[in-house]
Design a protein around this ligand. Structure first.
Ligand SMILES: Nc1ncnc2c1ncn2[C@@H]1O[C@H](COP(=O)(O)OP(=O)(O)OP(=O)(O)O)[C@@H](O)[C@H]1O
Length: 279
């Protein structure tokens, strides 16, 4: 498995986290996380509930100051909240079906914030919004009320909004959680295509690694605040995962799916990957 010291000499690293530790009260949420992400890499951040995935994203966004360790983007240390080079796609937003907002208006909200520092002329604004709507293939429903769109369509709009600032790193916090399998696959393929075309690195949080198997360059598998990082074959191994789970798990590969199973059913926590949950 790659570790931080092996990769820091590479000047193409976009994001580096060194010895990141986050402690809340008496609880250690993240334990000595060392990782790096290169430009254009697609990285899956996989882990059960409460593993620390969102906390890790918040460290990268500068919303949490780690108790220990340093995080940097393009060699510049992250200090305080920022959106420098980083686009953030939140989990699905809850929208009133009758909200008087068109799809394009939702996307344009990304322009009206602080990111550009000054209001853009309407024509330029429209051009930028059209460009990102085109990138996520959403122009055809740009004029429709956003509350009437499907979960997958809304997810595309949030991705478009995050693209407005031309990020080098796109963080997506469980973008698949409310989507059916088909929509989830479409969103993943879209993110992978957009990232490749624009040379954006992606860090995508998911509970289930399976929908991401064909697009991930690297996986960060987080359990109880401890991470295993590397390629799929390096990380998704019985020995590696048993170590971070703290008990023995098995890794089964069936019909192009990977299942992490344990006899400790209730503690496995990986919904789609626990043996008792598999249909
Ligand atoms: N501000 C906080 N103060 C205290 N504990 C916190 C705080 N924020 C998060 N935690 C705890 O840290 C742990 C990790 O939370 P986090 O939200 O990062 O996990 P997660 O992997 O994103 O989980 P999920 O998949 O359920 O969203 C949880 O046990 C959570 O209760």
């Amino acid at each position: 498995m790659k570790n931080f010291t092996e990769t820091t000499s590479d000047d193409k690293q976009l994001l580096t986290l060194e010895n990141i530790q986050v402690i809340y009260g008496q609880r250690t949420i993240l334990k000595n996380i060392n990782l790096s992400i290169r430009s254009g890499e697609f990285v899956g951040l996989i882990g059960p509930n409460g593993a620390g995935k969102t906390t890790l994203l918040r460290v990268i966004l500068g919303l949490i100051k780690p108790t220990q360790g340093t995080a940097s983007i393009n060699g510049i240390r992250i200090q305080g909240a920022h959106r420098r080079l980083v686009g953030y796609v939140p989990q699905k937003i809850q929208l009133d079906p009758d909200i008087p907002l068109r799809a394009r208006d939702l996307v344009a909200l990304g322009l009206d914030g602080h990111r550009f520092g000054f209001p853009l002329p309407n024509r330029e604004k429209r051009h930028k919004v059209d460009e990102v709507l085109h990138a996520v293939d959403a122009l055809r429903y740009a004029e429709l009320p956003v509350g009437r769109l499907s979960g997958g369509e809304q997810q595309r709009l949030l991705i478009a909004q995050a693209l407005l600032s031309n990020p080098r790193l796109l963080l997506l916090d469980e973008p698949l959680s409310n989507l059916d399998l088909r929509s989830a696959h479409e969103v993943i393929q879209l993110v992978a295509d957009v990232a490749r075309t624009r040379k954006i690195a992606v860090l995508l949080v998911a509970h289930d690694m399976n929908p991401l198997l064909h697009v991930m360059d690297k996986i960060i598998y987080l359990v109880n605040g401890q991470a295993a990082i590397g390629t799929l074959d390096e990380v998704v191994q019985k020995e590696v995962l048993s170590k971070i789970y703290g008990y023995e798990v098995e890794v089964l590969r069936i019909h192009n799916r990977i299942l992490v199973v344990s006899e400790k059913e209730d503690e496995c926590g990986m919904e789609a990957q626990c043996d008792h949950k598999i249909s």
